[in-house]
Design a protein around this ligand. Sequence first.
Ligand code: C2E
Ligand code: CA
Ligand code: CA
Length: 629
Amino acid sequence: MKLNIHSIIAKVVILLVILISMLALFLLYGSFYEKLIIGLLSSGIIVSLLLYKSLKPLDQIANNLESLNEEVYKKAAHLKDAQRIAKVGSWEYNIVTKSFTISDEAYRMLGLKHSTQVHWEDFLNFTDDCDYPKVVAILEDAIKNGSQFNMKYALNLTNNKKIYVQTSGKVRKKQDGSAKITAVSMDISNEIENKQKIEQLAYYDSLTNLANRLLLQDRITNSMQLAKRNDTKLAVMFLDLDHFKLINDTLGHGVGDNLLMYISEVLKGQVREADTVSRFGGDEFVILLSSIKTVEDAKYIAEKIQAALQQKHTIGTHQLYITTSIGVAIYPEHAQNVNDLITNADIAMYDAKNSGRNCCRFYQQSMGKSISKRLNIEQDLAEAIKSKNGIEVYYQAKIDTITNEITGAEALVRWVHQRDGLIYPDEFIYIAESTGLMIELGYLIIENAVLQAKALKELGFSNLVIAINLSLRQFQDVNLVAYISSIIKAHDISPSQLEFEITESISMYNLNETLRILTELSAIGVSIAIDDFGTGHSSLLYLKKFPIKTLKIDRSFVMDMTTDNNDRVIAQTIILMAKSLNLSTVAEGVETLEQANLLKKMGCNQLQGYFFSKPISKEEFTKFLQTYI
Ligand code: C2E
Ligand code: CA
Ligand code: CA
């Protein structure tokens, strides 16, 4: 309970006056003094009433003053608390006298001790370089117009911390010439950081930190507007890594993730700052090349990317080779809106996959149709494999260069589609691989080839070798060796009647694993050939270690060897190298007598190609064998 000295004095005075008046009335009551006493009494009452009256407001004012004091004191404390809790600091700058004061909380926000003298210039200098011009301009404007202002900007504090503030203030100019800026600055770092986090989640891929689909679409939209205005083009490049799923499946998701992160960096290194590299999930990347001048520019970048990816990459303890299929769509040529542009780049990418992977295709209108066909193909292919109806194996003869005799044949799969007719492996093997049908399809091909070997054996051609292609997916099948071994036994053929062709890239894929499988296969008694030799990366050291018998010189070297000196030298080198490693050689794609003669002269052991025979059905092949001279 508060003590109020003024009110006590006032009350005592009034009481005294009343008491004196009563005493006078009592002691001096009489006729002479009657009037005087009553006069005194009444004047006493009047005086006391007057006194009381005049003292009462004083008393109240005193009361009010005191509670006001208390209130102000409380409010100041509250204000300080509030500033601290709300992270709001206040400051005032006198533009005329240049005096600058800041609140406790402003000190705290700036990370400064209260004893530090802060000048206006020091305060402004905390502003982040990027925001400085904006902040100065807003303040100058407010000073000029005597107006309010509101701005958000970043401060770089002395402890290397960056905070974000929102500052609202007012410039007060008086007629006496004085001018002050009074403002509050709120620390909104948390809000900004949260916003940034949300933005990161919404617009960036969490594994690679690359832009995601949403951000890419945004960027394409902006680029399109820019291209329209400046009469430039833009390219959307759809990239899909070849055989990435296999890396994931065989080496684990950890290695897969690391590879994706690594590739993200490689891709970023191949484009300009203004371009956008994004990830669409899985092993799909989409790159926006903003404002290019010609289609050639996109071609150049695509080639650069392919070259950069085609190196040997070290991911942890693994040495990996990757290739990528790229589809490109150009604005304005190939599409007029964002989604069509991306879809058409995707379609072109599928076409690149279709053309044997590791290549780049630019969108063409005719491509769209083959994609919609692909969906039906998937279902139809699954059906054909399941029912074993429509999958056929063709045979292409191989000829010995010394004896000119047929040494055997390569088994090449064909799909005879009920509606579309004959479909070549380049059009469906990759679909079988990407949909998990390849192992089943592979078993079917091996079974066909073994039955053919059996038929040949029964016809007296037991020395002929049937070569079967193995894709990477098949090669990784844990049951592969057991399957081959059991089917050889089941049909009672000799294992020497079979050969398996694997490509260089398969053989170099996982060296220890490859060595193990090849060793198991050769233990059964089947032989191994390296297919498409010269196109991939292989190490001589391992070729020596692997139990292989044959190198197949890739068709591309044979094709131009009679006109292109380089190709001829490569073919000759492969043949010499094979000889020194004690391997036999087969040249594929022999189409002319000239090629055949040259290869024979070079010392190649066997020839295969249209010059001798195209791949033909098993019935035709049997006939071919019996009539071949
Ligand atoms: P590949 O293993 O390199 O097979 C040789 C390809 O070259 C065959 O194409 C064959 O028809 C073609 N060819 C042969 N001689 C000549 C010639 O003189 N000139 C030209 N221009 N081409 C010639 P095909 O049958 O279309 O097979 C393409 C690819 O599909 C094969 O390349 C192979 O990688 C794959 N493939 C074929 N059959 C099978 C199979 O049964 N299993 C697996 N996994 N892959 C297969
Ligand atoms: Ca082959
Ligand atoms: Ca080949």
